[in-house]
Ligand binder design. Sequence first.
Ligand SMILES: Cc1ncc(COP(=O)(O)O)c(C=O)c1O
Length: 410
Amino acid sequence: MRASAVRALFAVANRPEVVSLAGGMPNIADLPLDVVANTLSDLVKTKGQQAMQYGSGQGEPMIREQICDVMALEGIEAHPDDITITCGSQQGLDLVTRIFCNPGDVVLAEAPSYVGALGTFGSYQCEVVHVAMDDEGLQPEALRAAAQACAAAGKRAKFLYTIPNFNNPSGVTQSLERRKAIVEVCRELDILVVEDNPYGLLTLDAEPIPAIRSLDEEQVIYLGSFSKTFAPGFRVGWVLAPHAVREKLVLAQESATLCPPVFSQYAISSYLANHDWKAQIVTFKDMYRARRDAMMEALAEYMPEGTTWTEPKGGFFVWVTLPEGLDTQAMLPRAVTARVAYTPGTAFYADGLGSRNMRLSYCFPPPDRIREGVRRLADVVNREFELHQTFGLDQSPVHRRISGPGPEIN
Ligand SMILES: Cc1ncc(COP(=O)(O)O)c(C=O)c1O
């Protein structure tokens, strides 16, 4: 396990004068706290004895049933018995990796990929092999090539880790055609798919695309979460897995925690039963859309020529690529001094790529702060670019290819 190289800077980035486009905290300011307070108060009064007791290692039956309704919104047909409740989807990732991976095993993952997943894979001493993506998501032929290269080297890829909706950090969404093709390749090469989908219901422009799990029940392990559609503090997520995997997950969950937090499960279950949670998601989406639009407009207005970025259709993140020669990690102290923060791209690769990239989050600051943050950032990039042009400093490490053919995202 390693601490992030930019951790110390983030302490400074949290100061109020800094516009932080770095963190990925959901914005829960629109939650009706009075409704939640009444729900919790009723819960303690009417079911306090059960809610504050130990519970099932698999999670409480009631919430597992309700989760089936949540997943149905993305085309998934599931049985409550195939669901294991976890402490956020982060623990789902941990348990799945614990079950499948020994030190040295390969995990295939999109490039770039969620930093928290890379941390988990690293903690179990897995080797992460990145697979190229483009603006339609992970490339199936690159996946095939990566898996075959692993096999040729005598290594077995244990699973593919993918975030099909509004990928953290790139904001890219896999098209339905890509999802089908990825499932085909994984079936053919007998590779499990771990589908991590915390943002799927936060679509800002269109209806959700069917989940990969809706295309295949046997090959896919699905991770879900209430962190972005309700609140992360309850720490409730889930894993939907084929029966044999589910049995092992419950054993792993019992050895990790005895049981996932019972009070949190009751709280979320009551919230789902007594509150119009779908309307709440619409409220969240309206709020995130205004922020996403503010960021898109500001990037177009302020960023220098040669800079490119993705256009997310949902979720929290935009992935920016700076002109050749600039290095976002080296630039970060200068940006924080100019009172704006972002996450450097290298955090999202296991192999040192991403030096020209940065992740910008639009989820938390209000639209006017986002505009101001992007304006400050563009000033810093412009100065950096001028320096680079004047002195010709090549700060970027030697460019290395991601495995597999096709264009790279950076
Ligand atoms: C892609 C992805 N997976 C998993 C998580 C973990 O979420 P949680 O453990 O709160 O459910 C996050 C959090 O930001 C995420 O972005």
